[in-house]
Design a protein around this ligand. Structure first.
Ligand SMILES: *Cc1c(COP(=O)(O)O)cnc(C)c1O
Length: 354
């Protein structure tokens, strides 16, 4: 095949998304989606009248959605930017706050999209290993002279960093931006959003993909001081001004306004998580302490890769990373009780044969 790539495209490190199979119905516990349908308010808001407006561009300012998000968190709209998933907000942030003379730091075991973004923008990236027990110690980042990205709770470990630790990082160097990726914060962990007014170098990103039943809707957002949000808009308007589609704006706004459904879904996931952890430990798994809607677990009797393959053969998808330090683990999304019971049965069967 001919090579049409520019030198810049040649050095990319594209992210590998979890499988989204079309061939058969799996018990799908591999990409941390919600097992529940979108809020009824979302379904109602996506009316025929709205569909008939698809000939018109969406609002580039995302005013309605930003206002709903701001109201939820007690912020102003100027503290909010919405995106086509929070991955897009992360991309804006990498472009806005990193570059020549401004490297980026993140953990060795974390969301691998950070590595992809760093490569896309040609950034110097410093990978800082998690401690032996997979916790992140902010002391390891104190002297880093660039932008810091921390997933909190982390993926794929599920382990959370206390807010006061992030606060120490923010205070150690007020001229350094700290990005806290809170994709999973609604399932546990302490959100840094309340610190936004105190620290103008704090950017929090969140998503409606995990806790608000809208992974396919692609709605994410960034929260921060006005200067940071303005910087992100500078990148957005240089890249894709209409970055959130009409239907996503409507769905996201309605999802944000349905507090009751949001709370009850998160609560169910936390209960199901407790059940799953107990079940896994009963089967001899070691499970990292999770504050997220997934657990990261390993079993001494079977390798992570082999377990992933055997589960898949039997119609259950989990995520396995063929990567140093975490090869023995599988990451399992906390699904519905029905899904988790099917998983538990299958695990018992697989381990019985060992
Ligand atoms: C899922 C996820 C995201 C972003 O997901 P979007 O669907 O793009 O909003 C960001 N960070 C982490 C750690 C995630 O797991």
């Amino acid at each position: 095949m001919k090579n049409f790539l520019s030198p810049e495209a040649n050095r990319l490190a594209p992210y590998t998304p979890g499988e989204q199979p079309r061939d058969q119905q799996y018990v799908k516990l591999n990409t941390n989606e919600s097992p529940f349908p979108p809020s009824r308010r979302v379904l109602k808001a996506l009316s025929r009248a709205e569909l008939l407006k698809l000939n018109l561009y969406s609002d580039p300012a995302c005013a309605g959605l930003n206002a709903a998000i701001a109201a939820h968190y007690g912020l102003q709209s100027a503290n909010v930017i919405s995106g086509n998933g929070s991955d897009e907000i992360l991309a804006f942030a990498f472009r806005a706050f990193c570059g020549t003379g401004r490297p980026v730091a993140f953990a060795d075991v974390t969301y691998s999209f950070y590595q992809s973004q760093a490569a896309l923008f040609g950034l110097e990236a410093k990978v800082i290993p998690l401690r032996e027990d997979f916790t992140l110690n902010v002391d390891d980042y104190m002297d880093f002279p660039g932008t810091i990205v921390i997933a909190n709770p982390n993926a794929p470990t599920g382990i959370a960093v206390p807010r006061k630790d992030i606060q120490r990082l923010l205070e150690a160097d007020p001229n350094r931006v700290v990005i806290v990726d809170e994709a999973y914060v609604d399932f546990g962990g302490e959100s840094c959003v309340p610190m936004i007014f105190r620290y103008d170098n704090l950017l929090v990103t969140q998503t409606m993909s995990k806790s608000r039943q809208l992974a396919g809707g692609r709605v994410g957002f960034g929260l921060g001081g006005e200067a940071l949000i303005e910087a992100l808009n500078r990148v957005k308007y240089s890249f894709n001004p209409y970055n959130v589609g009409r239907l996503a704006l409507i769905a996201g706004t309605a999802a944000m306004e349905d507090e009751e459904y949001f709370q009850s879904c998160c609560e169910t996931i936390r209960e199901n998580r407790a059940w799953l952890v107990e079940e896994l430990e009963g089967l001899g798994f070691a499970v990292l302490p999770s504050s997220a809607n997934f657990v990261f677990a390993r079993c001494g009797k079977i390798s992570g890769g082999e377990l992933y393959r055997q589960l898949k053969e039997n119609g259950i998808l989990v995520r396995w990373f063929d990567k140093d330090r975490i090869r023995d683990f599988v990451r399992i999304t906390v699904g519905s009780m029905e899904q988790l019971a099917a998983l538990a049965d299958e695990l018992a069967r697989i381990l019985e044969d060992m």
